[in-house]
Ligand binder design. Structure first.
Ligand SMILES: [Zn+2]
Length: 255
């Protein structure tokens, strides 16, 4: 009898200890979701319905619990972490259960950096963000100023965080080629490639308000116009209705 009581006591203790410790242990990068910061800084979030906002906050929390965010020679605030997670959630918000399985860590540099990941010194260091490959596979690099400017400036069409996460989305089919096959029904692939050619022609001829960096290649085109789509949707819709229409199909946005 005594061993049985002892056995039950051990089980109860283990159960208590396990559930108790589970509540106390929080992930290192855990932050509480500050809805007013999202409302203030993230246009996409501010336009969502109350139910969608709740869903967005859950996605942000899930991202912060799964992905490590590491400052490099700098410090970052909870708002910085929140904005990185918001930039990650925006492109995939209408894809239920989508996760960035190809990402483990986001490194935040104090300034723009070069291809050797140096953010100090006199070498050319004009990179604002980058998706790592090779030995940097699974990592994303962001510069802190571009993170702050991306969400802080409400009248430009740029957001480096969204740009880099769109590259990751593009990469999920194996190629960062500007043709996100997982997002795009086969019927839209040819019209999309055709659209890229038409719009880059206008950029080259100086007849477009799309950032000329989009002309670099198809992958950059996709990332740049996606920034425009999420940062200034109304402007894109009025200036480039066809481009807006195809991005709306791709990202499955409701309106
Ligand atoms: Zn890019």
């Amino acid at each position: 009898m005594v061993p049985l009581i002892l056995f039950i006591a051990i089980i109860l203790f283990c159960f208590y200890y396990f559930t108790r410790s589970k509540k106390l242990v929080l992930p290192a990068d855990s932050v509480s979701i500050n809805a007013s910061e999202l409302e203030k800084n993230v246009l996409f979030y501010s336009r969502l319905s109350p139910e969608e906002k709740k869903h967005f906050e859950e996605d942000v929390l899930d991202f912060l619990q799964r992905i490590k965010i590491t400052p490099v020679n700098t410090t970052i605030t909870d708002t910085d972490r929140l904005l990185i997670a918001a930039g990650a959630v925006i492109p995939i918000f209408y894809f239920p259960d989508w996760k960035y399985y190809n990402l483990k860590e986001v490194l935040v540099y104090n300034d723009t950096f070069n291809h050797s990941f140096e953010s100090a010194g006199n070498n050319s260091r004009d990179i604002m963000g980058m998706v790592g490959s090779g030995y940097m596979e699974g990592k994303m690099l962001l510069s802190k100023p571009s993170l702050e400017q991306g969400f802080g400036n409400k009248t430009d069409k740029n957001n480096t965080v969204i740009h880099e996460f769109v590259h990751l989305l593009d990469k999920s089919d194996g190629d960062t080629d500007g043709i996100p096959e997982l997002l795009l029904d086969k019927q839209f692939i040819l019209p999309w490639v055709d659209m890229i050619h038409q719009e880059t022609k206008k950029i080259v001829e100086g007849r477009s308000d799309i950032d000329p960096y989009a002309y670099t290649n198809q992958a950059e085109f996709f990332a740049v116009v996606s920034e425009y789509f999420f940062e200034r949707p109304d402007l894109l819709k009025s200036k480039h209705p066809k481009l807006y229409g195809i991005l709306h199909e791709m990202f499955r946005t409701p309106n």
